[in-house]
Design a protein around this ligand. Structure first.
Ligand code: MRU
Length: 351
C-alpha cells in the first residue's frame, strides 16, 4: 500500500494544502501564508473532511500567532481568541473544527499560566498543532486496526463520501482506514464508492485515493446503492462522521441516512469510523447538530455546466443525521462501541 497521502502539512513557508477542489485531474499544493488564507481554505473546501478541518484550524492558529508583532502576552491572547473566532465561522457541522480550536486555546491559557513569553508561546502553539496532527494520524491507525477486524476476507464494503486519508490528518483515514486496516491484515477487500452528489467526493476523491493504493473500487451513482445491496454485492457499509452526538446519532455527508436505512432493510452491518475528536458529548442528540447548507450552485451546476432551470428553487443540505438505532457499531481509536451509545461512548472517553 501507498499510505502516504497527507493533505495538510506545516512548513516554514506556511501551511501546505493539497487543493482537493482540483482532484482527481490535477495534484496542486497551495502554500497558505496567513490564518485568513487557512480559514478561506476550509470554507472553500481546499481541505475538507472533519479531522482534516480540525488539523488545518490548529495550524491556522499557530500560523496567525506566529505572525503577531509585539511582546505583550495579553495582546497575543486577544489575537489568538480572534483567530479562533474567524476559523470557527468557516463550517458549522464538523465538531473537530471547534475541538481543535478549543484545544489550541486551552494550551495557550495553560502556558500563559506558566509565565511563558510571547516567543515561547508562539513556539508552543506550533508544537501543539503538530501534536494534534500526529495524534490524529495515530488515531486513524488504531481505527484501521480495530475496524479491519470487523471485516471478513473477500468482503465488499460500500462507502459514502470521502472519509479517507484526504479527509483526515492523512495516511489511513477513518472509513477508508478500516478498509486499509483489513487489507493490512491480509484480507482481500473491495469497495463500492457512492459518487456522493452534489459535491462528488466519492467520485473525485474516494475513487482516486483507493486507486493510489491498488484497492479495488467500483464507482456507482448514489441511486444505485439499493440495487447493489439487493443483489448481495455488499457485505458491510463503513462511513465516517462529522459529528457524533452523545446518544450515538451520526451526522455525516448528505445521503448517509438513506444508505443506513437501506443497509438495515438488507441486513447489512452499518459501521461508523471516527476519532473521539468527532464525538461531541455536549450535543445530546442528532437534532442538536447544526446542518450546513451550501451554495445551491453545487446542485444546479457541475463545474460550469448548468443542469437545472434558471431560478429553480433548490435545497443544498451538506449533511444528514443517521439515528443511532441504524448504527451497528462506532469504531474509534479506543475500540468498537456498541449500543447503548450513551454509555459506550462515555466509557471510551474515560478509558
Ligand atoms: O463536506 P465534506 O467533504 O467536508 O464532508 C466530509 C464528510 O462528510 C466525511 O464523510 C466526514 O467528514 C468524515 S471524514 C473522515
Amino acid at each position: 500500500m501507498n499510505l502516504n497521502i497527507i493533505p495538510v502539512k506545516w512548513s516554514d513557508e506556511g501551511v501546505l494544502m493539497l487543493d482537493q477542489r482540483l482532484l482527481p485531474t490535477e495534484e496542486k499544493w497551495l502554500t497558505l501564508k496567513t490564518y485568513n488564507d487557512v480559514a478561506a481554505g476550509i470554507k472553500d473546501m481546499v481541505v475538507r473532511g472533519a479531522p482534516a478541518i480540525g488539523v488545518s484550524a490548529a495550524y491556522g492558529i499557530a500560523l496567525g500567532a506566529n505572525s503577531f508583532v509585539g511582546t505583550n502576552v495579553d495582546d497575543l491572547e486577544e489575537e489568538v481568541e480572534y483567530i479562533g473566532d474567524v476559523l470557527a465561522a468557516t463550517r458549522p457541522t464538523a465538531v473537530n473544527l471547534f475541538w481543535a480550536i478549543d484545544r489550541m486555546k486551552a494550551k495557550f491559557q495553560h502556558e500563559k499560566g506558566n509565565g511563558r513569553s510571547v516567543s515561547e508561546l508562539k513556539a508552543l502553539l506550533i508544537e501543539e498543532a503538530k501534536a494534534i496532527h500526529d495524534e490524529d494520524i495515530e488515531s486513524q491507525r488504531l481505527i484501521a486496526q480495530f475496524g479491519g477486524e470487523l471485516l471478513n476476507d473477500h468482503d465488499t464494503v460500500l462507502t459514502h463520501c470521502n472519509a479517507g486519508a484526504l479527509a483526515t490528518g492523512g495516511v489511513w483515514g477513518t472509513a477508508l482506514g478500516v478498509i486499509r486496516g483489513a487489507v493490512d491484515q491480509g484480507k482481500h477487500v473491495a469497495v463500492i464508492a457512492d459518487e456522493t452528489r452534489p459535491y462528488l467526493q466519492g467520485a473525485r476523491l474516494t475513487a482516486w485515493e483507493l486507486m493510489q493504493d491498488d484497492i479495488p473500487v467500483t464507482l456507482i451513482t448514489d441511486n444505485m446503492s439499493g440495487h447493489v445491496m439487493k443483489k448481495g454485492r455488499v457485505q458491510a457499509v463503513v462511513v465516517g462522521s462529522d459529528r457524533i452526538a452523545a446518544n450515538g446519532d451520526v451526522a455525516n455527508k448528505i445521503g448517509t441516512y438513506m444508505v443506513a436505512v437501506l443497509a438495515k432493510r438488507h441486513g447489512i452491518p452499518f459501521y461508523v469510523a471516527a476519532p473521539l475528536s468527532t464525538v461531541d458529548l455536549n450535543t445530546a442528540t442528532g437534532d442538536d447538530i447544526p446542518i450546513e447548507e451550501r451554495d445551491i450552485r453545487e446542485v444546479t451546476h457541475v463545474k460550469d455546466i448548468q443542469l437545472a432551470p434558471d431560478e429553480a428553487t433548490v435545497s443544498n443540505y451538506a449533511f444528514d443525521v443517521t439515528p443511532n438505532d441504524l448504527v451497528t457499531a462506532i469504531i474509534t481509536e479506543k475500540g468498537v462501541a456498541r449500543a447503548p451509545y450513551i454509555e459506550s461512548l462515555k466509557k471510551q472517553f474515560e478509558a
